[in-house]
Ligand binder design. Structure first.
Ligand SMILES: Nc1nc2c(ncn2[C@@H]2O[C@H](COP(=O)(O)OP(=O)(O)OP(=O)(O)O)[C@@H](O)[C@H]2O)c(=O)[nH]1
Ligand SMILES: [Mg+2]
Length: 411
């Protein structure tokens, strides 16, 4: 299993859907015959190298031929191919060579991954950080509508969320559409209260690195788990005070220090305390300040994979930092229950895009970038930590390193 490479990158279909002109099998397939039964070779069709995925569970017109392929392939894979119906085929081109025309089924990797994810579920870990009282604990509850912190802390529903006094990770398994996500929310005490705020990022930085260290130790174990529990922080939502002026020095300092070890997502807290014009102006100012200070927030420009990625992420970067409002209280608005904040002049609806950008933040975190957040964490931040640690003394806490480091982790 040492060379199993995890499906790290967002899957993109490599081949188009099965073409209508799937060719008949030909003896001139580029694949050599495989398997002891002689099935593939004996009917004039060759089996693919065993690494090539074979479609599962779809029945097509080439059943007889596919059956032969199946036996030729050997156990497991062969049997699946036997019922695939797609088969493998190649045909002669005009110059006498052979061209692979048949449907191989590479695109079924997506379905295979989906099934696997459905079975195993996945971890997603969010941390909230910022000055005291900016609504960090409240937003976490809002985000997942699951009252994560409240339930776990045993509070009654209407109790006020207490001040957070220590770093606390709370996990819940959330299931939607048959997919299980183990969500861990790391709530942190607000900083900025102390007379001396020097190094207030240290406990947070320490926590982030401890999770990397835990993962590294598991990874280099001789008998490592097939699936390493992932407690690494995939994103750190940084709360900016809605002052309407400038970023505080502590904000820039914090983000500068941590942006190289975790995905920072800045948000403007308590957006309901600003007018729309103030909010727009403040967002622009914050973006400028972040740029001038050289702070790379997520999604980092340097990690855009292609032009499409760049153009999508540019739009997001231009909309950031999202100005959010949090609440875990529900009110009746036009006959519907909505999460909101009741004021003397009406209800601020948390999920209404005309009121604030909470919905944008949620869609960005969960619906469009969750997988990418995990990949950047693993491939960039963790990798940097890992390389540094292994360079320091070669072995984390005396563990023996395998020659080649590979993981079998679902991201
Ligand atoms: N106006 C407004 N108030 C909010 C918002 N979110 C939270 N609050 C209120 O702000 C106060 C502090 O909220 P918390 O969620 O405890 O803030 P916190 O950042 O976790 O605070 P610490 O744990 O002390 O750092 C509470 O009274 C919340 O009801 C918001 O979006 N707008
Ligand atoms: Mg709190």
């Amino acid at each position: 299993m040492s060379d199993v490479v995890p499906p790290e990158v967002r899957p993109k279909p490599v081949v188009p859907a099965k073409p209508s002109n799937v060719g008949a099998p030909s003896p001139s397939s580029p694949f050599p015959p495989q398997g002891p039964s002689g099935g593939a070779g004996s009917v004039g069709i060759s089996a693919p190298p065993s690494g090539i995925p074979v479609p599962i569970g779809t029945h097509g017109p080439n059943l007889a031929i596919s059956h032969a392929v199946g036996h030729g392939l050997g156990h497991g894979v062969g049997h699946t191919a036997a019922h695939s119906g797609h088969g493998l085929s190649s045909s002669h081109n005009s110059s006498g060579g052979s061209t692979l025309l048949g449907y191989i089924g590479i695109d079924t990797i997506i379905e295979q991954m989906r099934k696997k994810t459905m079975k195993t579920g996945f971890d997603f870990n969010i941390m909230v950080v910022g000055h005291s009282g900016l609504g960090k604990s409240t937003l976490v509850n809002t985000l997942f509508k699951s009252h994560v912190s409240r339930k776990s802390a045993g509070w009654a529903r209407d109790e006020k969320i207490p001040k957070t006094v220590e770093i606390k990770a709370v996990s819940h398994v959330i299931e939607e559409g048959g997919v299980k996500m183990k969500l861990t929310v790391v709530d942190t005490p607000g900083f900025g209260d102390q007379i001396n705020n020097d190094n207030c990022w240290e406990p947070i930085s320490k926590y982030i690195n401890e999770q990397y260290e835990k993962f590294l130790k598991e990874e280099v174990n001789i008998t490592r788990k097939k699936r390493i529990p992932d407690t690494r922080v995939h994103c750190c939502i940084y709360f900016i005070s809605p002052t309407g002026h400038f970023l505080r020095q502590l904000d820039t300092e914090f983000m500068k220090r941590l942006s190289h070890s975790v995905n920072i997502i800045p948000v403007i807290a308590k957006a309901d305390t600003m007018t729309l014009e103030e909010r727009q102006e403040f967002k622009q100012r914050v973006r400028k300040e972040l740029e001038v200070s050289g702070i790379e927030f997520y999604p980092q420009k340097e990690f855009d994979e292609d032009m499409e990625d760049k153009s999508d992420n540019d739009k997001i970067r231009e909309a950031m930092p999202f100005a959010v409002v949090g609440s875990d209280k529900e009110y009746q608005v036009n006959g519907k229950r909505v999460l909101g904040r009741k004021t003397a002049w009406g209800i601020v609806e948390v999920e209404n895009p005309n009121h604030c950008e909470f919905a944008q933040l949620r869609d960005f975190l969960i619906r469009s970038h969750l997988q990418d957040l995990k990949e950047v964490t693993h491939n960039i931040h963790y990798e940097t930590y890992r390389a540094k640690r292994l360079n320091e003394n070669g072995e984390p806490d005396g563990a023996i390193l395998p020659l080649k480091m590979t993981t079998w982790t679902q991201f």
